[in-house]
Ligand binder design. Structure first.
Ligand SMILES: Cc1cc2nc3c(=O)[nH]c(=O)nc-3n(C[C@H](O)[C@H](O)[C@H](O)COP(=O)(O)OP(=O)(O)OC[C@H]3O[C@@H](n4cnc5c(N)ncnc54)[C@H](O)[C@@H]3O)c2cc1C
Length: 452
């Protein structure tokens, strides 16, 4: 009896999750093909010529799954640090602890009054709203929307907020408890506890990418790097690569962006191609700024809603591991990782983003003008696919595409393979890979991919 041949496209967390499970289950006929010269996808890390290590934007491990945690432990052993999550919002020339809405007491009086007034005026049921913009108004009120929710989300998503659905929200956006906020104001107390996890692990060396290098080391001989998939023939079940290689498959697990993947088909129905064309994503520019100076600042990452800087988030990356800076010497160096979105709706010029970012660091009070001369490294990463945008029409389009793909023995999973932002983090993506293999080999139901 021949053994089912499974091909995996993409060696990011999802493809590696699938591979990890295939290996654990003892399946013997499978391979991964990856376009880049390295594994890890968006979760890879890079060392620049000056000795700084950078992630593709601030990556924090908020695992929801024991299975993933064990895979990470297997990859890192004891070679990691554990950090207390600490995030802040930079606004009106001051720092407000995150979540913003619980800590509005830090705002100047007039802004604080606007936020509280907006909350007291709330009416209408969030469940009756029809998009993310309306949902924000109903949940947060005019003041918080004006100062934080609207400008911050516009910067991150790079699309009009009324084109986003509200269905992805779940734990992604901390909602509001008026009594709790009023108590925080009255008692002058900080309210920092929110979210899935308050601590996170970070690899000692090699950035976030070290996790995936470690996982991939279990099955290196099955990973084929520098293999860019060019086209797929779902009828004959063949994949063609840019170098001319052609591979056959029985089952195909795709983790590359589903829109391009569908467009790469030798032929597919027009309705499927137009569904793929309707999917929206944004892009990102990550600027790493390495500085020969010490920053005594315990913050992990910071949100920037205002328009005095291009970025929406900055990570104090030197705080995650001393080995993120040259010589492991955080008494001498620091590193700031700054993330800016670009899209057709929100263009950014790649050639000027480094200078604009550094000016933004000065404008927002992160750097003094005099510290610019201590910058010793400027590193740019362009991410063509950064966030899969949960638009209003997304679920209809995905359902059409995925039904078609499955009828052809193709399973598309992961951040852009499944295009579901709400389950598009590293742990989700890895588990989507694990679970699709479980389904294919053992008939088990996929939970993460199907969850809401
Ligand atoms: C700015 C930013 C910040 C993030 N922060 C966090 C965070 O704090 N915490 C968290 O858990 N997650 C975070 N994420 C999400 C995390 O990066 C993803 O969850 C994860 O990398 C998705 O894994 P994946 O395998 O599904 O996709 P990817 O990582 O995108 O991997 C897909 C792989 O497919 C390959 N590929 C693409 N096209 C082809 C082709 N034609 N042929 C062959 N191979 C191809 C790619 O090179 C890539 O290696 C963040 C992402 C971004 C962009």
């Amino acid at each position: 009896m021949s053994i089912t041949k499974i091909l995996i496209l993409g060696a990011g967390p999802c493809g590696l999750g699938a591979a990890y499970r295939l290996q654990k289950l003892g399946h013997t006929n499978w391979q991964i093909f990856e376009r880049e010269a390295h594994v890890g996808g968006l979760s890879a890390s890079f060392r620049d010529d000056n000795g700084f290590t950078w992630d593709v934007g601030g990556h924090v491990l908020f695992s929801h799954y024991d299975y993933f945690d064990k895979a990470v432990t297997g990859a890192l052993g004891n070679e990691y640090y554990e950090h207390q999550r600490e995030s802040w919002v930079r606004i009106l020339q001051r720092w407000v602890p995150y979540p913003f809405q619980n800590n509005v007491r830090y705002l100047p009086d007039d802004a604080l009054s606007e936020c509280v007034f907006g909350l007291r005026q709330l009416s209408g049921a969030p469940e009756n709203t029809s998009n993310f913009r309306e949902w924000m108004d109903t949940v947060f009120g005019a003041g918080i929307v004006k100062y934080f929710m609207e400008p911050y989300n516009s910067k991150v998503w790079g699309v009009q907020l009324n084109t986003l659905s509200k269905d992805w929200i779940a734990e992604r956006v901390s909602v509001v408890d008026l009594a709790r906020i009023e108590k925080n104001i009255a008692e002058q107390c900080d309210d920092l506890s929110w979210g899935a996890n308050n601590t996170f692990r970070f690899p000692k060396r090699g950035g976030t990418g070290a996790i995936y290098e470690g996982i991939a080391s279990r099955f290196r001989n099955r990973i084929y790097l520098n293999q860019e998939m060019l086209s797929v023939d779902p009828k004959t079940k063949h994949v063609r690569f840019a170098n001319g290689k052609v591979e056959s498959y029985d089952l195909l697990i795709n983790t590359t962006p589903i829109d391009n993947f569908v467009r790469s088909f030798v032929s597919s129905p027009d309705a499927i191609v137009s569904a793929a064309d309707s999917l929206i994503h944004n892009s990102g520019l990550i600027v790493g700024v390495g500085i020969e100076e010490t920053f005594n600042d315990s913050k992990c990452w910071m949100y920037f809603p205002e328009d005095n800087c291009p970025f929406y988030r900055v990570t104090n990356f030197h705080n995650y591991s001393p080995f993120n800076v040259p010589e492991g010497n955080i008494r001498r160096y620091s590193s700031l990782m700054c993330e800016t979105t670009y899209s057709t709706h929100k263009p950014e010029i790649k050639a000027t983003i480094i200078d604009k970012t550094i000016q933004g660091l000065v404008n927002s009070g992160m750097l003094a003008e005099s510290q610019i001369e201590h910058i010793v490294s400027r590193y740019l990463i362009d991410i063509p696919y950064s966030y899969p945008v949960p638009t209003l029409g997304r679920d209809g389009a995905l359902s059409l595409i995925q039904t078609y793909l499955e009828s052809k023995d193709i399973y598309s999973r992961g951040r852009f393979g499944a295009w579901k932002y709400e389950v598009g983090n590293m742990d989700h993506s890895f588990m989507q890979g694990v679970e699709v293999v479980e389904r294919l080999l053992n008939g088990t139901e996929e939970k993460v991919y199907n969850s809401r």
